[in-house]
Design a protein. Structure first.
Length: 139
């Protein structure tokens, strides 16, 4: 049997491919967060847009995620208020749930339940933030 075509090597290849795809998707998410903050006037920003990429740092991101979600909410509140646009919550509830679930996924066995919920919250948060960016871009 050719070593390169062994089941172990095929599994390793697929495993690596999944991680690369996940990283690319996560970077697209971070770009959405950065672009949303870029759509906010500098005086209303509570976080420098490029700092969202600190979420790529393992372990540090457990805490930084809470800060990013809070600062994005605060930035959007200030911007919507300055532009007299109507908006509410700015993704904070689902973003906070996402942060908590992310930490819970560290716990063995519980992570089996938390991971799917985390994925759902993450997608909802991403869509909400992209929607707010779209609203700011229109005006």
């Amino acid at each position: 049997m050719n070593y390169l075509h062994s089941p172990a090597m095929l599994f390793a290849g697929w495993h690596l491919a999944v991680w690369v795809i996940a990283l690319v998707v996560f970077i697209l998410y971070l770009i959405t967060l950065m672009n949303t903050l870029n759509a906010v006037a500098p005086q209303n920003r509570r976080l420098t847009p490029g700092l969202v990429f600190l979420l790529l740092i393992p372990l540090f991101n457990l805490v930084w995620n809470f800060i990013v979600v809070t600062k994005i909410r605060d930035s959007l509140q200030a911007e919507f208020s300055a532009r007299t646009l109507s908006g509410q919550g700015f993704g904070y509830g689902v973003g906070l749930a996402m942060c908590i679930l992310y930490i819970v996924t560290i716990i063995p066995l519980i992570n089996l339940l938390a991971a799917p919920a985390l994925l759902v919250c993450w997608i909802i948060y991403w869509v909400q933030i992209a929607g707010y960016k779209g609203q700011l871009s229109k005006t």
